[in-house]
Design a protein around this ligand. Structure first.
Ligand SMILES: Cc1cc2nc3c(=O)[nH]c(=O)nc-3n(C[C@H](O)[C@H](O)[C@H](O)COP(=O)(O)OP(=O)(O)OC[C@H]3O[C@@H](n4cnc5c(N)ncnc54)[C@H](O)[C@@H]3O)c2cc1C
Length: 470
């Protein structure tokens, strides 16, 4: 009879998985069996914003996890449910059927995730215990406070404190547990409808792919600072999908960086990993961010434009601004967008087209294989100036300048906006109306300069009104 159960969530790996290691240890001590479970609810994930690329990536990662667990002698049971609420009820029923007394899982900070765990506590019988490990984070959020005892709202001091803690006691990732259970035959998972995503960039999704990519990337980490802003170059790690699914843990990355370069606050790659943690840390303190709320209420009443046609043009890569359109088409074709372009594209939607950042956030969520609520919301609120440690409202990227700077030869634009390929490097960033018409490329949907002035004046007015009333 299995007595221990590992409840997998956004942690679809066997390496550095504390709940799995702890459950195996308990199973050995008590000479009992171990089973694993996952609540598969595409409808719930879609309601949270995810689209086909993320759902397909989930299915691929689950299939691989199923095989890896079978090799460890652990069966993965899929609980298919229309909602997590139903899934939790079914999980409790499964535990009753199998005689499970202890469930091991990771703590997750999001709003729905808290409701899910709260519901578990309400429904579960008293003798069914949930052991939650907190190592989604490299240091528990409650341990990272300002000198005044508040949570951090600025990244740099947060990072300093976190790094100091890591330097004091960096914990090595746990190896894949060696449990001595006989391997099981692999049974295919019943995951229902299969979602389609062709992954043309070959982003690492599975645990093994993520480990291989991480090792390869270490050889180019020193070039990251110089290359990471150029979308035509392969300068970034592409590990975001693995991190979003939890096929790779951030501790594994931090540990690997430490082995190669030590933990140094000047390491740009390490800083980006810590930005990711910062946004997750904020969710632990401010779960209301999941409800569409702006962190900084000052800009919450910006008079956003509601213009479905404009939004559609931006989504389709038909704004007439080449770098913005190339970015949108990269997203639509591959399920991923380069970080520099996420900023440029989001900034254009919010501060030039004056569309509510929440609409852009939802579109990215639906199209990205690496969709991660905390990082996506953090990124959008950074751009919109409503976020924690966000860019000031008056900082508005000029997309043409960004294009000249970060895609100087127009290689990236040519790749994704082939109709502009015949243009010379100088002309490709901002084609004249004559050239655009000749090549069948749309004219810009907005007058950049006028829109910028209008946005600045609206922000300024809003700021003044806010100061008067607060
Ligand atoms: C508007 C907007 C939306 C975004 N949405 C998401 C999202 O849904 N999911 C997501 O994982 N990232 C998101 N990001 C952050 C970042 O763009 C991606 O993590 C990065 O482009 C992924 O590519 P990479 O793995 O090659 O990154 P690398 O440059 O190799 O960085 C390594 C890792 O660090 C983390 N990271 C890097 N930059 C950031 C950042 N600015 N904020 C938080 N974490 C970061 C990611 O986990 C990334 O995989 C968003 C950024 C913006 C501006």
């Amino acid at each position: 009879m299995p007595k221990q159960l590992v409840w997998f969530r956004n942690d679809l790996r066997t390496c550095d998985h504390t709940p799995l290691s702890e459950a195996l240890l308990a199973a050995h001590k008590q000479n009992s069996d171990l089973v694993a479970a996952f609540i598969w609810s595409p409808a719930q994930l879609q309601q949270q914003g995810a689209g086909a690329p993320k759902l397909a990536a989930y299915q691929q990662a689950l299939d691989a996890l199923n095989e890896d667990l079978a090799a460890l002698g652990v069966e993965l049971q899929i609980i298919t449910a229309p909602t997590w609420q139903q899934g939790v009820t079914d999980l409790i029923a499964l535990c009753a059927r199998l005689g499970v007394q202890d469930i091991y899982c990771h703590y997750e900070p999001g709003w729905d995730e808290r409701l899910r765990d709260g519901q578990f506590h309400t429904q579960a019988p008293a003798d069914l215990e949930l052991h939650r490990s907190n190592d989604l984070y490299s240091a528990p959020p409650r341990q990272l406070l300002t000198q005044q005892g508040n949570f951090y709202k600025v990244f740099t001091p947060y990072k300093k404190n976190l790094l100091a803690q890591l330097l004091e006691g960096l914990v090595a990732p746990r190896p894949v547990p060696n449990n001595g259970f006989p391997a099981l035959a692999v049974k295919p998972l019943a995951l229902g409808e299969r979602f389609i995503w062709s992954n043309p960039l070959q982003l690492p999704v599975l645990e093994q792919q993520a480990h291989e990519r991480l090792d390869d990337f270490m050889a180019q980490m020193n070039d990251y600072r110089d290359l990471r802003d150029f979308p035509a170059q392969a300068g970034t790690s592409l590990l975001s999908t693995s991190l979003a699914l939890g096929t790779l843990s951030s501790r594994q990355i931090i540990w690997t960086i430490a082995q190669h370069n030590g933990l140094n606050g000047d390491n740009t790659y390490l800083s980006e990993i810590l930005w990711r943690e910062f946004y997750k840390y904020l969710l632990a303190w401010q779960p209301e961010l999941c409800l569409g709320q702006a962190f900084n209420k000052k800009w919450d009443h910006f008079p956003w434009r509601t213009d479905p046609v404009l939004l559609q043009r931006w989504q389709d890569g038909q704004t007439g601004v080449p770098i913005v359109d190339a970015a949108a088409r990269q997203l639509n074709q591959t399920g991923w967008m380069h970080n520099r372009l996420r900023m440029v594209s989001a900034m254009y939607l919010v501060k030039i087209l004056q569309v509510d950042w929440r609409q852009g956030e939802a579109w990215f969520a639906r199209q990205l294989a690496d969709f991660d609520f905390a990082a996506n919301n953090g990124g959008w609120q950074w751009v919109a100036s409503t976020g924690v440690d966000a860019t000031p409202y008056f900082r508005i990227f000029n997309p043409h300048e960004q294009s000249r700077r970060f895609d100087p030869d127009g290689d990236f634009i040519r790749r994704y906006v082939p109709e502009l390929a015949p243009l010379a490097n100088k002309a490709i960033h901002q084609p004249t109306p004559e050239l655009a018409l000749q090549l069948g490329y749309p004219l810009p949907v907005a007058d950049y300069k006028a829109a910028r002035v209008d946005t600045l004046s609206k922000f300024k007015k809003l700021g003044q009104a806010y100061e008067q009333h607060n």
